[in-house]
Design a protein around this ligand. Sequence first.
Ligand SMILES: Nc1nc2c(ncn2[C@@H]2O[C@H](COP(=O)(O)OP(=O)(O)OP(=O)(O)O)[C@@H](O)[C@H]2O)c(=O)[nH]1
Length: 303
Amino acid sequence: MNNSFEFLSLVLDSITDHIVVIDETGEIQYVNKSWIAFGSNNACLIDYDWRGVNYINECDKASALGDEFATHAGSGIRNVISKKEENFYLEYPCHSPAEKRWFMMRISSFQILGDNYFVISHQNITERKLAEDEVKKQARLDGLTQISNRRTFDNFLHEEWRRCYRLKKTICLAILDLDNFKLLNDDYGHQYGDDCLIRVGELLKEFANRPGDICARYGGEEFVLVWGDTSLAQAKQLSDQLLHKITELNIQNINSPTEDYLTASIGLAEMVPNSKNGEIELIGKADSMLYKAKDSGRNKVES
Ligand SMILES: Nc1nc2c(ncn2[C@@H]2O[C@H](COP(=O)(O)OP(=O)(O)OP(=O)(O)O)[C@@H](O)[C@H]2O)c(=O)[nH]1
C-alpha cells in the first residue's frame, strides 16, 4: 500500500467502535468517523465538536453532575496515564430516549517519539447486555408461570424477614395450594393444567404490589405470597379476595368433590421477627394452616 497513512485512516474509520485518542493531559488528538457520527447524534459524555476538548475534564463535569460512570471513567483513565494500571475497561449504560443501550469503554496506551498517547474505544455491547439481563431474569422466574421461582422467594423472604426484624413489623406468609388439581389434570390433560397454573400466577401478581410483597411458585400446584409490614387481618382479607378471584376464573374441574370449578386453599401465618424465631418457623406455621384448610373441606383460608 503506497499511502499507508490514508490506508490506516480508512481502517480506523471503518471500525464501528467509537475511538478517541488523548494525550497525557486528556486533550483529544484524534477521533474516528464512528466517534464523530455518534457524538453528533447523542448526548453521551462528549456530545459536541471534539476539537480542543479535554476528555478527562468532560468526565469530571459529568461526574460533578452525579454520573457515577463518568467518575469511574475519569479515575480509570487517570490510573492508566499515571501507569498505576496498564489498561482499564468499563461497561456503562448510555440510554437514548428511544432505546436502552450499553457500551464498553476500554483504554490502552502507546508511545511515539517519547510522547504517550491513550486510545479510548467505546464498543456497543447492548445485544450482549440484553441477552445477559434476560438470562438473569429467567434464573429468577419460574419457567411456566413467569412469576418468581422458589429460589427468588427464599432470598426475598430472608431479606424481608430481616427488614421486618429491624423495624419490628409483622410479616405474613400465605401458602396457596390448588384443590384437587390431580383430578383436573387427569380429566382435562396436562396442558389444561399448565394453562390454569399460568392464569393463577397472573392473578397472584395482582396481590403482590408493594416493595415488601412477593408472589412465587413454590413448586407443583403450590404458590406462596409474602406480605411484609402487614397485619394478619389485612393478610386474611387479601387471601379471601384471592380465593374469590380464583373461583371467578371459572376454570372447570368437573369431578372435584369441592366444587365443579377450580378452587384453592390457603394456609396463612404471621410473625413479628425477633432473635428467637426465624423464617423457617413462619413457613412451618403457614404449612400447618394449609393442612388444616385442606382437612376441613378446602376452598378456604386458615390462619
Ligand atoms: N399441569 C401441571 N400439573 C402439575 C404441575 N406440577 C404439579 N402438577 C400436578 O398437580 C397435582 C397435585 O396433586 P396432589 O398433590 O395429589 O394434590 P391435589 O390433587 O391438588 O389435591 P389437594 O392438594 O389435596 O387438594 C399432580 O397431579 C401433579 O402432577 C405442572 O407444572 N403442570
